[in-house]
Design a protein around this ligand. Structure first.
Ligand code: GFB
Length: 300
């Protein structure tokens, strides 16, 4: 999802875009990554590739979330250094911050307290990636930077109900309840609050940081506005005209109760999000209808 959004953003600029899919290079394999890097010699790298997923996927696949992400970032960052890449941008996540961090979460909160248990594997891997970028900068003067996006959504999201994040899951559940009848079940209590950023806004932010930022310190990327999971469900229900109400499955985890990024740093640099949640949801639903709703095999 992020890689495709980056390609859409970069196509508007005068650059040659190199992409690599998992069928041609397994980023967990050091030799393959080094070989690709030496053959292509990119000037700049956006490291968006990662094993990602929602709250239950993190619990179900701890090895994938820790090992795969550690290997991907260690291989790509070290190969970038060896191939003389001039600038690298590593993508983390706001789940790297302590579970009880003061809200909105400032970048300085990193490593000041215990992590949220439901995504600890992923958070540890992402913190290691941030530190590796900072280590290359400290030891070799590398221009490696890290951005921390909040919860993302948009075209090419994962709509699988067991592994996806909350926004695509609720969109699909509400769509199916509207089409087939029945009610929608929200996992957990519905009270946790989350901040959602459209992936096209993220891509613009990443290009902006690539061009304008070159420091060791991490940078949050978000809208600065959060809402409860129930409010998100109601917003999607309004757009899809679903009126049958919600049930709550309290056997499912809530995760962290609040996760809203302080975005004053990136705003001071001169960037802010443009896509309002309502508009972003409408666009994403249109994409869902055109690409997945009638082709279940692509999302099963
Ligand atoms: O998006 P999500 O899976 O992950 O869940 P996190 C957010 C909240 O939505 C939790 C609730 O409180 C869920 O219980 N929720 C309600 C649902 N209904 C659903 C549903 O049908 N599906 C899902 N998935 N959730 C993620 C991390 O944490 O944040 C990732 O797991 C990543 O690793 C991402 O860092 C940014 O927001 O809790």
């Amino acid at each position: 999802m992020v890689g495709r959004a980056l390609v859409r953003a970069l196509e508007k600029r005068d650059v040659d875009i190199l992409t690599v899919d998992r069928a041609s290079v397994d980023l967990r394999d050091q030799a393959s990554v080094m070989h690709w890097m030496e053959r292509m010699r990119p000037d700049a790298i956006f490291l968006a590739a990662a094993k990602v997923g929602g709250i239950l996927a993190n619990a179900a696949y701890p090895v994938d979330f820790l090992y795969d992400n550690l290997m991907i970032e260690a291989n790509v960052i070290s190969a970038s250094h060896r191939a003389g890449v001039e600038k690298l941008l590593f993508l983390g996540s706001t789940c790297i911050y302590p579970r009880d961090a003061e809200q909105p979460i400032r970048e300085e909160a990193l490593l000041t307290g215990p992590l949220e248990k439901t995504n600890e594997w992923y958070a540890i891997a992402k913190i290691a990636g941030i530190k590796l970028c900072q280590a290359y900068r400290a030891q070799y003067g590398s221009h490696f930077i890290s951005a921390m996006p909040t919860n993302l959504y948009g075209p090419f999201d994962n709509f699988d109900l067991t592994t996806s994040h909350v926004l695509p899951a609720l969109m699909r559940k509400i769509h199916e309840a509207k089409e087939q009848g029945g009610r929608v079940t929200i996992w957990g209590s519905g009270t946790p609050r989350r901040e959602f950023l459209h992936v096209d806004d993220l891509a613009e932010a990443l290009v902006f940081l690539m061009e304008n930022y070159n420091e060791a310190d991490i940078v949050n990327v978000g809208t600065g506005r959060d809402l409860s999971i129930t409010e998100l469900a109601e917003t999607i229900a309004d757009i899809l005209d679903y009126r049958n109400g919600f049930d709550f499955d309290r056997t499912k985890p809530d995760g962290t109760l609040r996760k809203c990024a302080d975005i004053s740093k990136i705003q001071a640099l001169g960037w802010k999000a443009r896509i309002e949640l309502d508009q972003g949801l409408r666009d994403t639903y249109r994409w869902f209808l055109e690409n997945t709703a009638n082709r279940r095999e692509t999302i099963a």
